[in-house]
Design a protein. Structure first.
Ligand code: ADP
Length: 180
């Protein structure tokens, strides 16, 4: 198969909410490919803190300075969405060994569904290795400082969310899943 002149990739995920580990992967992937679509999955099997629109708006803000990146939401199979955008590469981030097992399984399953799409994992930058959306949410929920983990507008949005939940007596609802 001949190499396409323009190589497009997607970086799919839940991004509930976007944090510096995600931003770092997106920025690095944008340097590797002609175009990167950050694809926000609208239907994850997870308890979400933010709506699809909120997750999208925060991601748009986070990546607004990178010209070859667009942010979109999607509801179908990731490989189908990749094809729809003209992407032949799916980018994911890897932090710890437990990420590898899941990414490996997902990549092999997706490869069965779409042999024409490649899966590329970028290693986390060391300073973000222990950063996850669930950790960020838990710290914010308990009133801790997340300033080094997320952009300021994400920290503000989380405070507002948790204040809103507390005022409706829902602060004890389980907001995060085991893995994010
Ligand atoms: P998903 O539900 O698809 O796992 P996430 O929003 O949790 O969505 O993560 C999206 C992608 O970003 C995944 O590939 C995940 O491994 C990666 N990722 C999450 N946190 C980090 C981090 N700190 N460093 C590098 N990659 C990360």
């Amino acid at each position: 198969m001949s190499k396409p002149t323009e190589v497009r990739a997607i970086y799919p995920g839940t991004f509930d909410p976007v944090h510096h580990g995600h931003i770092d992967i997106a920025a690095r992937a944008a340097k590797l490919f002609d175009h990167l679509t950050v694809a926000i999955y609208a239907r994850p099997l997870k308890n979400l803190l933010f709506s699809t629109e909120e997750r999208e708006a925060m991601m748009v803000k986070a990546l607004r300075d990178i010209p070859n990146v667009s942010v979109r939401t999607y509801r179908q199979l990731t490989v189908e969405y990749a094809r729809q955008t003209g992407a032949r590469v799916v980018v994911r981030g890897l932090r710890v060994i437990s990420d590898f097992e899941l990414e490996f399984q997902m990549a092999l399953t997706n490869k069965k569904l779409a042999p024409d799409i490649e899966f590329v994992c970028l290693m986390t930058s060391q300073k973000y290795a222990f950063l996850s959306a669930s950790t960020v949410k838990e710290i914010a929920m308990l009133g801790g400082c997340v300033d080094t983990m997320v952009p300021p507008y994400v920290a503000t949005a989380m405070s507002a969310k948790f204040e809103g939940l507390a005022s409706t007596g829902e602060e004890n609802v389980e907001l995060v899943s085991l893995r994010d």
